[in-house]
Design a protein around this ligand. Structure first.
Ligand SMILES: [Fe+2]
Length: 156
């Protein structure tokens, strides 16, 4: 049974594809942030360990919201490392960077997600897909705020 929600099938599939890229970026950033929570060292350990925890918890919750929006558009959400790895624009973390490099990598990751989300805005606008637009606005707000905080740490 086809959804009858006032958005053409091709448009729905296009928006869902964009959301799958956003999901892949969000998931990859989640994993990177959680890994840094485990492995961070140095004098800022406690602050960063806790800051990374609040960031990865928010990202984890967001993956579910994005995936379920994809399902509401009647597309399937990517659900394996293989699929997510192919779709993401983020680079995977290699080795264990020092604390300042972790912050720089998370800043770059957040900015990448911001660009992916913003790249989807015009397609969602054209589709009059307000629900996706609302989701994109919320994701942009969170990532731009996180990016500001990480950037501030780098400008000591
Ligand atoms: Fe923990």
């Amino acid at each position: 049974m086809q959804p009858n929600i006032g958005i053409e099938e091709k448009t729905r599939q296009d928006v869902a594809k964009g959301l799958s890229r956003l999901l892949a970026d969000t998931y990859t950033l989640y994993l990177k942030t959680h890994g840094f929570h485990w492995n961070v060292t140095g004098p800022m350990f406690n602050n960063l360990h806790l800051m990374f925890e609040s960031q990865y918890t928010e990202l984890w919750n967001a993956t579910d919201v994005i995936a379920e929006r994809i399902r509401a558009l009647d597309a399937f959400a990517p659900g394996s490392y293989n699929e997510l790895g192919k779709l993401t624009s983020l680079k995977e973390a290699t080795g264990v960077p020092n604390a300042m490099d972790m912050i720089a990598q998370l800043l770059e990751g957040n900015e990448t997600v911001i660009r992916t989300a913003r790249g989807l805005v015009s397609a969602a606008e054209e589709a009059q897909d307000e629900a996706t637009l609302d989701l994109l606005t919320q994701r942009l707000q969170v990532h731009e705020k996180t990016a500001w905080m990480l950037r501030s740490l780098l400008r000591g």
